[in-house]
Design a binder for this molecule. Structure first.
Ligand code: SAM
Length: 317
């Protein structure tokens, strides 16, 4: 068989990345996050000192814990059964507006937000750990070389703060002033104000297009785009139509010897194969490895897993 027909020979620049799927990345939780139970269209989770009940259309099976445990929850979000639908929080007793939690060196604040969110997506822990391992390995290989990370649609900043603790220089982009405020609050809460993070409130696609014009590059790119969104000046983000152009620009922003690019997609009617193929097309000249699948959360005391999103992750090394 000719050399270039064997899989390993594709792992070089100038050839498409090796494609691997399905890859299921699991999070079992940590002190401040556990999936306690799920069933009958809802999930019961522990976020720091509070237990919460939220709608979960994928939890179609039976509950394992007793009704008493579910009834003791501190807060229940009720609303549309459709993912990301509007609704409201109902509280069992007196709960504070915000509460503090921790993941490794980073502290972050929970808050009861609209659309059932509480300020953190715990399944992302699988990406946080992997990103930090990549950065640490690179720092060991070339201690003096700065590692520049771009985090798009960065929300409350965990995926910016954690890489910065591993020694990266981070540029964080989000369209919402409020979200940037929460992210900076998390930085202060963590006592990490000295870390080199640029917090920028801007439309992701616009920022990226400008960086392309400036000729800037990054060693790692993380993007967690919503299905629909708006830039600060009303710019429209629609994952299906905006993502291909954004990825094309991001390929230009990836340094020649870049470490990684990670794309996560929530609540879209699609398969991880679709985002895998789009990433493969985007990175078709780079070699390396492209793995795609879903992000899962494993129950605390059960054997069941809950899928939360699709991902596609490229590694240049
Ligand atoms: C919540 S996060 C990540 C996606 C999340 N996992 C979800 O399911 O929606 C989405 C973030 O993208 C931001 N965002 C929305 N549209 C944007 C745009 N055009 N440019 C930059 N950030 C945007 C929002 O402010 C929000 O903080």
């Amino acid at each position: 068989m000719p050399d270039n027909d064997t899989a390993p020979t594709y792992a070089r620049p100038g050839a498409p990345p090796i494609g691997v799927y399905p890859v299921m990345l699991e999070t079992a939780g940590w002190d401040d996050y556990r999936l306690l139970d799920m069933g009958e269209g809802q999930k019961l989770e522990q976020y720091g000192r509070y237990t919460l009940v939220r709608p979960e259309p994928q939890a179609m099976g039976a509950r394992r814990l007793t009704p008493v445990v579910w009834e003791r929850a501190d807060a229940v979000f009720s609303g549309d059964v459709e993912e990301e639908g509007p609704g409201r929080w109902r509280f069992a007793g007196s709960v504070s507006e915000t509460w503090d939690m921790r993941y490794g060196p980073v502290s972050y604040r929970g808050r009861f937000m609209s659309f059932r969110h509480v300020g953190v997506f715990p399944e992302q822990a699988a990406h946080w750990d992997w990103v930090n391992a990549q950065i640490r390995a690179e720092k060991q290989r070339a201690p003096d070389r700065p590692v520049k990370i771009l985090n798009l649609f960065g929300y409350t900043g965990l995926a910016s703060l954690l890489p910065a603790t591993a020694g990266a220089q981070v540029t964080h982009i989000d369209a919402s002033k409020k979200a940037i405020g929460y992210a900076r609050e998390n930085q202060a809460l963590s006592g990490l104000d000295d870390l080199p993070i640029r917090w920028i409130c801007e439309d992701a696609a616009k920022f990226v297009a400008r960086e392309v014009r400036r000729g800037n590059t990054y060693d790692g790119i993380i993007l967690d785009p919503p299905k629909y969104g708006r830039g600060p000046k009303g710019e429209v983000w629609d994952l299906y139509t905006s993502l291909p152009g954004l990825l094309k620009d991001l390929e230009t922003l990836l340094a020649k010897d870049a470490l990684f690019m990670i794309l996560t997609a929530y609540a879209i009617r699609s398969s991880f194969v679709a985002i895998h193929e789009l990433m493969a097309e985007t990175l078709s000249d780079r070699g390396g490895r492209l793995e795609s699948g879903e992000l899962l959360i494993r129950e605390k005391d059960g054997n069941r897993a809950l899928s939360t999103s699709l991902f596609s992750r490229w590694s240049g090394r």
